[in-house]
Design a protein around this ligand. Sequence first.
Ligand code: URA
Length: 206
Amino acid sequence: SYDAGPYVPEGAGLPELRSAAADCHGCPLYRDATQTVFGAGEPTARLVLVGEEPGDQEDRRGAPFVGPAGRVLDRALVDAGIDPDDAYLTNAVKHFKFAPRGKRRIHKPPTLREAAACRPWLTAELRLIEPEVIVALGATAGKALLGSSFRVTRQRGTRLPWSGEGADTVVATIHPSAVLRADDAEREAAYAGLVADLKVAARALA
Ligand code: URA
């Protein structure tokens, strides 16, 4: 069955994890993706933000949140008063999943099985960074951290107790790409909601 576990070196630091993740074949997503997109940011970050999976640009460039959703996220972090040096960015799933459509690659959400297979990488990142707060961006990250009964609409914007690795608080919010997908009439409110939830995370920092 799918599992990244056997690819995760024991006792490794972040640089060793990153190189090992480059060769992960824990699920079939590595086959079509360009490369593994590991987390990025300061190893001393007090906040770890978890997205869904890399997008088209992240897959090409090898870094998380460097495309359109990343621009929304960066702006929202600034508006929430979060120092970029305090934020480590990563994803629940570390390969881009897509369907080819002509020359374009259309994002496909990972299955729960793929997210579960990739979870050992996130676990290892959280154990090393030991952030104060984890932010789940959207449903995939929320389910990866809190279980399959997680619902963004019900659980966003509040400190959720967490007994897992590193932090003792999770704050969930919408995925920044939901702001991009929103109708013109709703986009501003969606963005304001994202910022408000990120402020809850900022306030949860000791
Ligand atoms: N969306 C994500 O969830 N993660 C990224 O890294 C980019 C877009």
